[in-house]
Design a protein around this ligand. Structure first.
Ligand code: 5GP
Ligand code: ZN
Length: 133
C-alpha cells in the first residue's frame, strides 16, 4: 500500500534497523522501544489484520517471530512478550500487520493489562457467541 509506513520500510524507501529478512518477512527494531531490542515482525505483503493474511504466509511470519524471540533470549534478555494489536480499538496505529517482540528483564516494571473474574452466567453467554463448532 503506497502510503503505508511499513510498506515503505519493506521497499527500503525509509530506513530501518534490520534484525532479519527473507523472501516473505522482515523484522526490524521498533523506533520507540518498550525495552531495547523491541522488534517488529511484518509480512512483506500488506495486510492489516491477522484474519486476512493467508494461513501459509502467516505460518512463515510466525516462524520468524520464533527466530527473533530465540535471538533475543539467547543474546539480550531473560524472556519476551509477543503482542499483536489487531484493529485500532486494540491499539493498532500502523495498519500493516505486525508482531511486537518485546524483550523482558527481571524487575523492568512493565505492567500488562488488568483482569477481572466473570460475573455469574457471563462466561457461558460469551462462550455461546464465540465458540467454534
Ligand atoms: P501498533 O500500535 O500499530 O501496534 O505499533 C506500531 C509500532 O510501530 C509502534 O510501536 C511504533 O513505535 C512503531 N513505529 C511507528 N513508525 C515507525 C517507523 O517509522 N519505524 C519503526 N522502526 N517503527 C515505527
Ligand atoms: Zn503496508
Amino acid at each position: 500500500m503506497s502510503d503505508c509506513i511499513f510498506c515503505k520500510i519493506i521497499k527500503k524507501e525509509l530506513p530501518s534497523y534490520k534484525v532479519y529478512e527473507d523472501e516473505n518477512t522482515l523484522a526490524f527494531l521498533d523506533i520507540a522501544p518498550v525495552n531495547h531490542g523491541h522488534s517488529l515482525v511484518v509480512p512483506k505483503e500488506h495486510y492489516q489484520h491477522i484474519e486476512e493474511i493467508p494461513p501459509e504466509l502467516l505460518a512463515k511470519v510466525i516462524l520468524v517471530v520464533q527466530k527473533v524471540g530465540q535471538s533475543i533470549k539467547k543474546n539480550l534478555a531473560s524472556g519476551y512478550n509477543l503482542q499483536l494489536n489487531n484493529d485500532s480499538v486494540a491499539g493498532q496505529v500502523v495498519p500493516h500487520l505486525h508482531f511486537h517482540v518485546i524483550p523482558r528483564h527481571e524487575g523492568d516494571g512493565l505492567k500488562l493489562w488488568s483482569q477481572a473474574e466473570y460475573p455469574e452466567g457471563k462466561a457461558e453467554e460469551v462462550l455461546n457467541k464465540i465458540k467454534i463448532n
